[in-house]
Design a protein around this ligand. Structure first.
Ligand code: SAM
Length: 274
């Protein structure tokens, strides 16, 4: 069994997959303009939440698990004064969290949904050092060696070519720069992802299977997601949105729970003197 809905899309031809995801994310931003909906990821919960609770402002509590996923991914590098690029920045909550909490010099978010980029530029126009541009992960519109860190959260399953994306990441990173990455794959695709990372020309420093943490977040965040969907979505779209959000019992949730879909995080580094 696989998480049929999303995995079926992931298995389409690269061109079709990209077209469908782009339309979906354009539709989401066109139809749902709520400023408080600023993340689109399944989240991360510590396996021992009592000892390991991220300190957050009250306003961030509603996005705790989505923020914790970002925190887990980026917390391995001191981002102070660095130039950070987020590829697949969505509704901008992650880039904003990184900018205001972790002290980088600047954060640029890039996303292929022009509507999402417009939404972010409007929502975060007053934040100095934070900007969003439209662009494709496989053709990043930035100069070589122009970032210290590239972040990528739950976006790469939409891409037509993972190899093209990894080539772009390596190109825009300076020597010694870090690629901080997380996403899920059907268990049959995990070896392919390993080969792609191996061939990227970057060095794999750390890999962590976080599937249990993601399931934990899905459990803890379920009530909030259900209420949000109930309040915001037309009743004909309730089920597709519940699937997309990964509520308890959805195909994605079951995919993670049964081990058919694996969620991992990675730290890679561009070597010096290539
Ligand atoms: C599941 S959302 C994650 C958004 C954000 N990282 C977060 O965690 O809230 C995936 C995002 O990747 C973006 N995306 C998908 N394919 C892309 C591509 N080829 N180039 C740039 N962005 C892409 C989508 O538009 C969407 O905003």
């Amino acid at each position: 069994m696989i998480a049929k809905l999303f995995m079926a899309i992931c298995r389409l031809s690269p061109y079709l997959r990209k077209v469908i995801w782009r339309r979906w994310y354009q539709f989401l931003t066109r139809s749902y303009k709520r400023k408080d909906w600023s993340f689109i990821n399944y989240g991360y919960a510590s396996l021992d939440p009592q000892t390991d609770k991220l300190q957050l402002d009250d306003a961030d509590e509603q996005n705790r698990y989505c923020i914790q996923l970002y925190h887990h991914v980026v917390n391995v590098v001191d981002l102070r004064d660095l130039r950070v690029l987020e590829v697949g920045s969505g509704r901008g909550g992650g880039a904003y969290y990184i900018k205001r909490s972790l002290g980088p010099k600047r954060v640029v978010g890039v996303d292929f949904s022009r509507r999402a980029v417009a939404f972010c530029n409007k929502s975060y126009s007053s934040v100095e050092g934070l900007s969003f541009v439209a662009g494709d992960a496989e053709f990043l519109p930035f100069r070589d060696n122009s970032f210290d860190v590239v972040v990528n959260v739950e976006s790469s399953h939409c891409y037509g070519s993972m190899n093209a994306f990894l080539m772009q990441v390596k190109r825009v990173l300076r020597e010694g720069g870090y690629f901080l990455y997380t996403d899920f794959r059907d268990k049959g695709e995990v070896d392919i992802l390993h080969k792609q990372l191996d061939h990227s020309g970057m060095t794999l420093i750390k890999e962590t299977n976080i599937t249990m943490n993601v399931i934990g977040a899905m459990n803890l965040d379920n009530e909030r997601k259900m209420a949000l969907i109930q309040a915001a979505v037309h009743k004909m779209l309730l089920r597709p949105f519940q699937e997309f959000a990964g509520v308890i019992g959805s195909m994605m949730y079951e995919g993670f729970r049964t081990g058919e879909v694996i969620y991992s995080s990675f730290v890679l580094q561009k070597p010096n003197h290539q």
